[in-house]
Design a protein around this ligand. Sequence first.
Ligand SMILES: CC(C)(COP(=O)(O)OP(=O)(O)OC[C@H]1O[C@@H](n2cnc3c(N)ncnc32)[C@H](O)[C@@H]1OP(=O)(O)O)[C@@H](O)C(=O)NCCC(=O)NCCS
Length: 140
Amino acid sequence: MRWWHIGDVLALENDLFTDDRWSAGTYWSELGQLDTRHYLVAVDGVAVRGYAGLCDYPDEAFVQTIAVARDEQGHGLGTRLLQALLDEAARRNQRRVVLEVRADNARAIALYERFGFRPSGVRRGYYQPSGADALVMMRS
Ligand SMILES: CC(C)(COP(=O)(O)OP(=O)(O)OC[C@H]1O[C@@H](n2cnc3c(N)ncnc32)[C@H](O)[C@@H]1OP(=O)(O)O)[C@@H](O)C(=O)NCCC(=O)NCCS
């Protein structure tokens, strides 16, 4: 992902995420931290169809975000993006990958479980203003 993708990414954020969507400022900040961040886009021509980002912390990697355009979902793109993030975590010698997901996001949870992520905790009322819980999942 480069700065010129941010406009497309924000359009997808607005459509796919409700309470917890990210701002342009957040993406500019993430892309500015090249040493610890790894952000990918899947493009069709020039249009962004999916994106995902990883943060490389000292003792674990964190899946910052992953999303696929509605009309592209269910065709394996989310799987490919997540696999690419896990490959990057392995390249960075991370033994543990962590993420947070809305507890009511069954589709994303199913994707993570297929990759061996397991629940490791719940953050009650994490997402505001909805008050939805965040499920913390970990893959060792
Ligand atoms: C979660 C998300 C990223 C998954 O992306 P996706 O591209 O739909 O994921 P995949 O296609 O790889 O896998 C999803 C399903 O499609 C199936 N699938 C994979 N390849 C397929 C193919 N070629 N043909 C048909 N189905 C396929 C998978 O088996 C999987 O089945 P499931 O519905 O039983 O889980 C996507 O739904 C999304 O963007 N959601 C909104 C944003 C979001 O919630 N992000 C997660 C925040 S934590």
